[in-house]
Design a protein around this ligand. Sequence first.
Ligand code: SF4
Ligand code: MSK
Length: 652
Amino acid sequence: MAEEPKPTLIRERQDVCELDRARLALLNPAIIEQKKEERTFDEGAKPFLEMTMREGIETVWDRFEMQQPPCKYCSSGLSCSRCAMGPCRIIPPQRIRGVCGAEADLIVARNLLDTIATGAAAHSDHGREIVLTLYGIGKGTVTDYVIADREKFLRLAAEFGIDTGKKDDKAIASELGHAMLGEFGTVKDHLQIAARAPKATQEIWENAGITPRGIDREVVEAMHRVQMGVAADYVNTLVHGLRTSLSDGWGGSSLATEISDVLFGTPKPNESMVNLGVVRKDSVNISLHGHNPMLSEMVLKAAKDPEILALVKKVGAAGINLVGLCCTGNELLMRKGIPNAGNHFNQELVITTGALEAMVVDYQCIFPSLPRTASCYHTHVISTSPKSRIPGSYYFGFEPETAYATAKAIVKMAVENFPNRIPERVFIPVEPVKVMTGFSVEAIRGALGGSFKPLIDQIASGNIRGAVGIVGCNNPKVKHDYGHVLLSKELIKRDILCVETGCAAIASGKAGLLQPSAASQAGPGLRAVCESLGIPPVLHMGSCVDNARILHLAAELGNALNVGIHRLPLAGAAPEWYSQKAVSIGAYFVASGVYTVLGVMPKITGSPPVVSLLTEGLKGAVNASFAVEPDPLKAADLITAHIERKRAELGI
Ligand code: SF4
Ligand code: MSK
């Protein structure tokens, strides 16, 4: 019998609450009340936030305050530390060039290209891990996963030109996995899934010289260009940023989404619950946080293992309660209806329920300080990715080949931690909110009766004015969830359908907008459509990589009308973005022809020409551009004006 996987404790944990208490003891009740209201718009988070301030448990908002004021050169993109001749800052009138001679525009553009490439690499490397698992199934080295959506599997095989006749699933998985892995370093000079884009959109890419060639190639070339002495012209540098982002959206992210559906099932509308109230007093609570569903799907399976269930009984718990966080949470929520404890800024607060036995993480958007927060409680932080070993956590090296055994060992560790809970510290004063999620492109088509024509007809008749993809994170520069919720509410009121992913979607869920009953808050046209279909006016389309679903939906609409994506009454928005991945997403939305409004200013204000290129100049190349508007109501005005302009151009 194989030996049970054992964790490595990366570093001894220490109780650090006292340190924070001393610092935060300076807060009086009135200040706590004021800060709580300023920090979050999430009603379910407020009691926890208040408690962290009372008890001296440090959170992201405290660290943000400690970092103020930020360096104005870094904030405007005017600092560079790329090589050992620097670091350099542009401080006119004397210091107008770095040591190498780079001026403000180039420094800002290089920094932005670096950011886009980082985000594209993160999404695409996640995609590669999912595809490697499919390939492992084909090769017989991975046996813990199965093909869950065979229809989609065969559809993708056909799309990749694989003759499936007389082949078994293993052989097809091997061929499809191989073909998809090839996309990372393809010599074809184009990506297969990008062929789904309307012809007119592909022609725009060709003319602008941004057709994505290979996923790894674009990221590597971006890294080459930011090496000192390569990129010299800001326009040329940023054009490659668009190409790199397209290799994410139509490449790495698309592969992650499509093969996750094949392995774990294509989402269908289902119901569940969100907010911190999903944590249960009587159960072993395990939160699953990060982005890659491979481990969390296996934890779901292991939580039903008879041996584990016997252990649950032995420790006196009512059961195991899995709760998602961020995008791993979105993946579980939309496919399996697993409740979600919240978005990015709920990750520390879920520990402060005092009822979390384990916080299991894979990668991306995980605060490295989580073990510090957990050390104030009995919670184990369990890290699992070789790419993200977190000091202070217990580490299990997760590999698809040994997925079930590792997941079972993790669940066992969580269950064994249940008796260590301190009952008087358990604090769950909020009730969860109902949500309907699972709107994959396939599910939307299904809900419309098998084709997108009814949706197009509703848009043409004006009942639905257009659609907006609201995506992205939380950022302490914006009141938690305020940007997402206000913008969504304002747009649906104007008969604009919202399709959402990532932390934006969870914010809407917590605010009650992912329920069919929220249709009552929509304008009369959208309301009638939602009520007739029994769907919410804000559709949850998944995780960060699932922004690819929004691209695919836009492509379906463009192809049905035989127009480029840029001609459709669509827009994108990232009201509270923080991550490099969000910059890549915004860039591939724009490069695909979707006008995109950011709620947080990127670090580009040090170069007026870069600002002008991104907000105006790009229209000449890709027929779309960025805008920056922190006020959600003004952002809604910008989006509405854009959608109405597109409608007028289409003559509808
Ligand atoms: Fe300074 Fe140029 Fe080196 Fe950047 S690349 S640190 S601007 S010398
Ligand atoms: S988790 S990238 S904070 S959406 Fe995808 Fe949320 Fe942004 Fe991470």
